[in-house]
Write a protein that binds this ligand. Structure first.
Ligand code: NIG
Ligand code: FE
Length: 390
């Protein structure tokens, strides 16, 4: 692969704290040099090394790391337009809607599930997402969950086993029996295709003991825990996350003081999903309280057909800034480096020397425009592993 220099960058955000002002490592009037899919140099453009093969003129615009979307549910069929319309007319969101997507997903064939997944991944890429995590959770049989994970693996290397998304209708009233399946035969079928194990620990889904059992069973097979926690109300999700050393506790909309303290003294990232609150018309999580306590905060889309049908990380950033009072710098960091930390990756979400050359040229002089100009397509071009996409 030939080397590339992106020159004349007005604002370069590296997320390399050694590089410049603040955690986002900002360099003004910068250049970025890429070779063999990795960052090999960045700095003031006047100091750039000579002799690169290809040159891109950023025309004074901003370059940021590609977004790392660490929470998405992309293997499904059908949509839930009717449920959304009913919700906008006043009906509350509940976990129960998941069952209708489960029925549609079981009935769908592999090519159509794969095509839907690829379309969503392409949509995410067009809005700047260069890494996306993908969960199963709409199959809920050993066969359908393993099939979902195999399909997910064809589009991303961050694949999560979420057999414990909901107790499926055929196990109604027998939740513990279903948990045994999730931790037994279904785990056997799924473990080879996933890196992570997840559980929906909430009202209408799985309780403390069931959730812990699922995460520990997954961990015993080499899967790393992450969890849907405290989305619909207060509950034990965060406690379970910290007890099992989960990489991330996701949603965190209803937290007690002890939940916040537990997160602050752990390595578990709090992943906030403001597009879910936006789409379910629910109260946003208290990001400022988490940040003040020193918790590492990530932002992700939660793209799924029920509670958050968007792949747009710029939307999540705009909501985080406007509704959750994160600063534009905090929101940008959480949507890039924060997501990488939630996925325990140090090669993405930053543009330090040696990092993967996943980056976005904005049609704007700074990343602040992502919140300042909500709903506007500000992504001018995206590079993944040093290659221009699209
Ligand atoms: O993260 N909370 C559980 N899972 C999804 C919702 C899935 C659905 O409604 O289909 C979420 O919001
Ligand atoms: Fe989710």
């Amino acid at each position: 692969m030939t080397s590339l220099v992106v020159d004349n960058i007005g604002t370069l955000l590296t997320n390399d704290p050694d590089a410049g002002a603040g955690a986002t490592g900002v360099v003004r009037d910068a250049a970025l040099v890429v070779d063999s899919g990795r960052v090999v140099w960045f700095g003031p453009r006047d100091d750039q090394p000579e002799g690169t093969d290809e040159r891109v003129d950023a025309e004074g615009r901003a370059v940021i790391p590609g977004f790392v979307d660490s929470h998405a549910h992309l293997v499904f069929a059908g949509d839930r337009t009717g449920e959304f319309a009913a919700r906008m007319a006043g009906k509350a969101y509940s976990a129960g809607g998941i069952a209708s997507t489960v029925a549609a997903t079981r009935a769908a064939d592999e090519p159509s599930l794969g095509a839907n997944l690829r379309a969503l991944v392409a949509e995410a890429l067009a809005s700047g997402t260069t890494t996306i995590e993908c969960k199963s959770g709409y199959g809920l049989t050993a066969f359908d969950e393993a099939r979902s994970l195999q399909i997910a693996s064809s589009a991303t290397d961050e694949v999560t086993y979420l057999g414990a998304h909901l107790v499926p209708p055929e196990f109604a009233g027998r939740a513990d029996d279903y948990v045994e399946l999730v931790c037994g035969e279904m785990l056997d079928a799924c473990a080879p295709f996933a890196r992570w194990v997840d559980v929906f620990c909430d009202r209408g889904a799985f309780d403390r003991d069931q959730s812990r059992h699922v995460l520990e069973a997954g961990a015993s097979r080499g899967l790393i825990p992450r969890i849907h926690a405290n989305q619909l109300g207060p509950g034990p999700g965060v406690e379970v996350a910290v007890a099992v050393g989960a990489a991330s506790a996701d949603h965190c909309s209803y937290l007690s003081d002890s939940d916040v303290d537990a997160l602050a003294s752990s390595s578990t990232v709090a992943t906030l999903l403001p597009a879910a609150e936006f789409s379910t018309r629910s109260p946003y999580p208290d990001a400022r309280r988490l940040l003040a306590a020193g918790v590492t905060v990530a932002l992700a889309s939660d793209c799924n057909p029920g509670s958050s049908f968007t792949t747009s990380m710029p939307l999540c950033i705009a909501l985080a800034v406007r509704e959750m009072r994160m600063s534009p710098d905090e929101a940008l960091w959480s949507a890039t480096k924060g997501g990488a930390e939630a996925l325990r990756r140090d090669d993405i979400g930053n543009l330090a020397v040696g990092a993967r050359a996943d980056f976005v040229l904005l049609r704007a002089p700074s990343h602040v425009h992502l919140a300042y100009r909500p709903g506007v397509q500000l992504v001018a071009a995206v590079w993944r592993q040093g290659k221009l996409c699209g």
